[in-house]
Design a protein around this ligand. Sequence first.
Ligand code: MG
Length: 203
Amino acid sequence: MRSVKLDNNDITPSKIVCVGRNYANHISELGNEIPDNMVIFLKPNSAIGHQLRSYHQETLHYEAELCFIYQKGRFSAVAIGLDLTKRALQSNLKAKGLPWERAKAFTDSALFSDFVSLDTIDDELALALLVNGETRQAGTVAMMLHSPQAILKEIQSFIELEDGDIVMTGTPAGVGEIVTGDIFAGQVRTREHVLVSKQWQAI
Ligand code: MG
């Protein structure tokens, strides 16, 4: 089983639960509608990867997301993650009303910085993604259509979370193709300081 780092300890999630369409500006950029119900999908443990690939059967797209680890009834830690997506295939599957796993749950489709412990999640908690030094994505908890607490409640209404499971909370506007050689720098910040950052070079 694959692991992520939390405060220098290895955590092995049984699954990754992902929220889709959680920022209005990203819903607009893909031409989607605001859904009646929260959009939730899963990635398996085998989706946890360490290398940022630009291609896997087709060109991959990035989605930077605030990610939380669930422990003892609450979100206890945060990281920045990349939800890697086969956008062309996903569009095809969506058009046919078919499940997204082929486009979203493939091996190495979820990358994470280290996780850092968090006491409370406030509205100022923010992510930033820079590609080659230029800001491509920025989002805060305040911009989410569904708050982390609402997400946790909704997931637990039908999926049991195990300690160590990861929840990816959706991506703000600015998603795009991954190009070989590009340098991706992600960070999670509060108003005052950077909590954690991570750099990947696309291969
Ligand atoms: Mg996503």
